[in-house]
Write a protein that binds this ligand. Structure first.
Ligand code: PLP
Length: 417
């Protein structure tokens, strides 16, 4: 009876917070404050020594609160709770997913380095990698779902910058087709180009399936990164981001965050603490509803194809199925489907939806539909889009927590002529 370890979902209500810190309040209050009073000059000095890395924390010494750009109770408690899902040493929360991702890229890449990345990437990340990083002298190379380890290694060699490979950046499942990348394979490629002086880092955008259904650190990734705007926030009312990783790397991430000043504020921290209490419940419900919605779409005469992880076939899609079985514990709640009749037919469906909202973003309590070809992926070159399988008839659906029958009713009536 002594060694019970609680599941993360059980710890989301209380972990890292003690009611006696706040007059017995059962919930962590919003610490809406910019600065913190030091009990004495000696303790102020001690806080700064730790914050500036002049010495390590002594046994039992808590990191002192100094100033809300460096730390704040709402952020620290939130970060401690987010660590539990990924079994990470440390976590840093940001004012957006883009803030989290760009801080990792800026901290760990320098001029002359090579960044290898999956495709397609989230539009903002794609832009930053293709248009901003080259200005800093960073070389980039993309690879594709299904590329074997040998292919990837020889493509890296062929860039002429293999000795400067610094990071492999992965978004899996890819949006909107749900193509999967093998994180163990990425780790072994990174190891192949690492040496005693340099570890090639693997950074994973875990927004689509995390933190519940995919745990990148377990497969050797160095970072599990989130747009917390999506499932973690989950109510379409907050923009935020998070990075989880080991102590050494996270010290650097938090260091740059302090100087860029892109940490989340206490109000965002508090909203996310509240969201975390229902995260597991929401995601499980969204996934079970998505399975019903996918089955309905699959059987509909007007639907040409459904991209849903639950439909991967062990024979036909052997490589993707193998990754799915190993790396994920659910088929998730994101799917896309292709309507017969191209853009005009897809637009007609989108315009006829009565309950499902026509909006980008994902992972929230309400179901959202959008048209990748002309919306989220409009910036991707035409041939590239078609090669990725993004067609004019494709609609992406983020399944929310509504009753499954209502979602199916809505889609059925929208698919009528
Ligand atoms: C939304 C999203 C981002 C960007 O996050 P923001 O919170 O909007 O800055 C990054 N990656 C993925 C996969 C996303 O869906």
């Amino acid at each position: 009876m002594q060694n019970h370890s609680f599941h993360p979902e059980s710890l989301m209500m209380s972990y890292g917070y003690r009611p006696e810190w706040s007059e017995g309040a059962i919930k962590c209050p919003i610490f809406q404050t910019s600065t913190f009073v030091f009990p004495s000059a000696e303790e102020g000095k001690a806080h700064f020594e730790v914050a500036y890395g002049l010495r390590d924390r002594r046994d039992g010494e808590r990191e002192g609160l100094i100033y809300s750009r460096i730390n704040n109770p709402d952020l620290e408690i939130l970060e401690n709770r987010l660590c539990l899902w990924d079994k990470a040493d440390d976590c840093a929360v940001f004012e957006s997913g883009m803030g989290a991702i760009t801080t990792v890229l800026l901290e760990f890449l320098k001029p002359g380095d090579l960044l290898v990345h999956t495709t397609p990437l989230y539009g903002g990340v794609d832009h930053f990698i293709r248009h901003f990083l080259p200005k800093m002298g960073v070389h980039t190379m993309e690879f594709h779902p299904g590329d074997s380890q040998e292919m990837l290694e020889s493509q890296i060699q062929a860039t002429g910058h293999a000795d400067r490979l610094a990071m492999i950046y992965v978004e899996t499942p890819a949006n909107p087709t749900n193509a999967l990348y093998d994180l163990q394979m990425c780790r072994s490629v990174a190891d192949r180009f690492s040496n005693s002086e340099k570890r090639v880092l693997v950074a994973v955008d875990n927004t689509y399936m995390g933190p519940v259904w995919q745990h990148p650190l377990r497969w050797g990734a160095d970072f599990s990164i989130y747009s917390a705007t999506k499932y973690i926030g989950g109510h379409s009312d907050v923009i935020a981001g998070a990075v989880c990783g080991n102590n050494g790397n996270m010290k650097r991430v938090k260091g740059l965050r302090t100087f860029l000043g892109n940490m989340a504020g206490p109000w965002t921290g508090w909203l996310l603490l509240r969201s975390l209490e229902t995260l597991h419940l929401r995601m499980e419900r969204q996934a079970s509803t998505a399975a019903q919605v996918a089955a309905f779409l699959q059987s509909h005469a007007k639907v040409e194809k459904v991209h849903y992880l639950g439909f991967l076939d062990p024979q036909r899609d052997a490589q993707q199925y193998d990754i799915f079985k190993r790396q994920y514990t659910s088929a998730g709640a994101m799917l896309s489907f292709e309507v017969r009749g191209g853009e005009a037919a897809a637009f007609k469906v989108l315009n006829q939806l009565k309950m499902i909202k026509l909006a980008v973003s994902l992972g929230g309590t309400e179901s959202l539909a959008q048209h990748p070809d002309t919306m989220t992926h409009v910036g991707v070159a035409l041939e590239h889009k078609r090669a990725l399988g993004i067609t004019p008839g494709m609609i992406r659906l983020s399944v929310g927590v509504e009753h499954p029958d209502d979602l199916i009713w809505d889609l059925r009536q929208a698919l009528l002529d």
